[in-house]
Design a protein around this ligand. Structure first.
Ligand code: GDP
Length: 461
């Protein structure tokens, strides 16, 4: 009778409090009333109590129901009370869960209602991951697995990188008027050339190659990119363009030198990295392949920077002309021994789709691009393109040009590789060269000071 009354009043209070919409207060009062619940409804109460903060230390009433002073659950002992699979994971539950438990769930009345058979987790209970869905172990099927946790390392790197932000330095080179600034603006959807001053013909005759830098901070889905565009106005504009690549080469070396100094200095914490990661070299669509200036430029710079050749203003050529020109340029690049940026080889275990895309990307060299900063209407859709009396060329239509391929390569797929090659190959070459000349200088100086007692380092050895 007491049990019945207790149970009835408990249910009434649930009803009353849930009607009253004060969920916090209701929960609090329900918790307070929990000890009043009759012992015969022990499993029901245990289930409820398992959601309470202190369920590891049962209330005296619980202990009584469990057999008073009976020892705590020991491995291998079938347990009464809350079955382990109904408990939220706790440190205390570990000893129990380390063993396979086979037991019977008994109701207060003594009736056997069910069997439970469970394979407990082998590992310590995992603390709640702060990574949520980014935690590689935070999947239900992984909950039971033994793990150390180093699979979260990529997340740690990811978090740190996102916090630090990314930087990328892109150089554009080529004759003026080939559409460099238009393409850069189309690529990053920014206006990087707001204050550009175009020179007239007279001014251009005397102008030497100038190097200008535009930096813009762009953010996409919380990821920050500091983009620096290095432009080379005046390149190829003069009447005599001999060695006009020299100032570009010097600029690239200066950035390496600065980095080398900073890296060898005392404070290496906040080094500003201005090394050029990629150079888009614009080739005119109007010639027959490469011009001597193109060959000279690429040969002078190919060991300093990743060169990506671009066939400019592809909308001025028919598809057949584009194909022929691309073939000719590729042939000439090989013939003159120019080392343009090589896309890394695909892993053999990559899927076929990926391999095909990778091959298409390699075959697209030089990227035939179209640039435009205006949005036009084509087939009811607003697109970035160029409007002609005979139709519209769409910048982002891969049937019209390679703009999307170039953007994907630069931003989505190969930005990190471009940076890695800059660091591991071009900068390393510069550094090795620097150290070699410094060593040579030291040896020379020592020989001068102490006479020729020490044999000079012979490189022919
Ligand atoms: P830059 O001097 O190399 O930076 O060249 P600009 O970007 O200033 O472009 C020079 C001219 O070419 C401008 O009138 C552009 O509108 C035009 N232009 C840019 N890109 C293209 C293109 O892909 N196709 C054609 N037909 N014209 C372009």
């Amino acid at each position: 009778n007491n049990d019945f009354l207790g149970c009835f009043s408990y249910l009434l209070s649930i009803k009353a409090f849930s009607d009253s919409n004060h969920s916090v207060l209701s929960s609090f009062l329900l918790i307070l009333m929990l000890p009043l619940l009759p012992s015969s409804l022990f499993p029901f109460r245990s289930i409820l109590s398992s959601f309470l903060p202190d369920h590891e230390h049962p209330h005296p009433v619980d202990r009584e129901a469990e057999g008073g002073d009976s020892p705590p659950n020991t491995p291998g002992t079938p347990t009464s009370g809350t079955p382990p699979f109904l408990r939220p994971p706790t440190a205390g539950g570990r000893a129990q869960s380390d063993n396979q438990c086979v037991g019977r769930l008994q109701l207060g009345g003594g009736g056997m209602v069910d069997h439970y058979d469970m394979q407990s987790p082998l590992s310590p209970t995992r603390p709640k991951s702060p990574w949520g869905r980014f935690d590689p172990y935070d999947f239900p099927e992984d909950q039971d697995k033994e793990y150390v946790g180093f699979a979260t390392l990529p997340n740690q790197v990811h978090r740190k990188s996102v916090k630090k932000g990314f930087d990328f330095t892109l150089m554009v080179a080529g004759e003026s008027g080939l559409g460099k600034s238009t393409l850069v603006n189309s690529l990053f959807l920014t206006d990087l050339y707001k204050d550009r001053k175009l020179l007239n013909a007279e001014e251009r005759i005397t102008q030497t190659v100038e190097i200008t830098k535009h930096t813009v901070d762009i953010e996409e889905k919380g990821v920050k990119l500091k983009l620096t565009i290095v432009d080379t106005p005046g390149f190829g504009d003069a009447v005599n363009n001999t060695e006009c690549w020299k100032s570009v080469a010097d600029y690239i070396d200066q950035q390496f030198e600065q980095y080398f100094r900073d890296e060898s200095g005392l404070n290496r914490k906040n080094i500003q990295d201005n090394r050029v990661h990629c150079c888009l070299y614009f080739i005119s669509p109007f010639g027959h392949g490469l011009r001597p200036l193109d060959v000279e430029f690429m040969k002078a710079l190919h060991e300093k920077v990743n060169i990506v050749p671009i066939l400019a203003k592809a909308d001025t050529l028919t598809p057949t002309e584009v194909k022929k020109k691309k073939f000719k340029i590729r042939e000439e690049i090989q013939q003159y021994g120019i080392k343009i940026y090589q896309f890394p080889d695909c892993d053999s275990d990559e899927d076929e789709d990926f391999k095909q895309q990778d091959q298409e990307l390699k075959d697209s060299i030089p990227f035939a691009v179209i640039g435009s900063n205006t949005v036009v209407e084509a087939k009811g859709k607003r697109v970035r393109g160029r409007l002609y009396p005979w139709g519209i060329v769409e910048v982002e239509n891969s049937a019209h040009c390679d703009f999307v391929k170039l953007r994907n390569m630069l931003v989505r797929t190969h930005m990190q590789d471009l940076k890695d090659v800059t660091r591991e190959t071009h900068y390393e070459n510069y550094r090795a060269h620097c150290i070699q000349s410094m060593t040579r200088m030291v040896v020379k100086e020592r020989n001068r000071k102490y006479g020729h007692t020490h044999r000079p380092v012979s490189h022919s050895l």
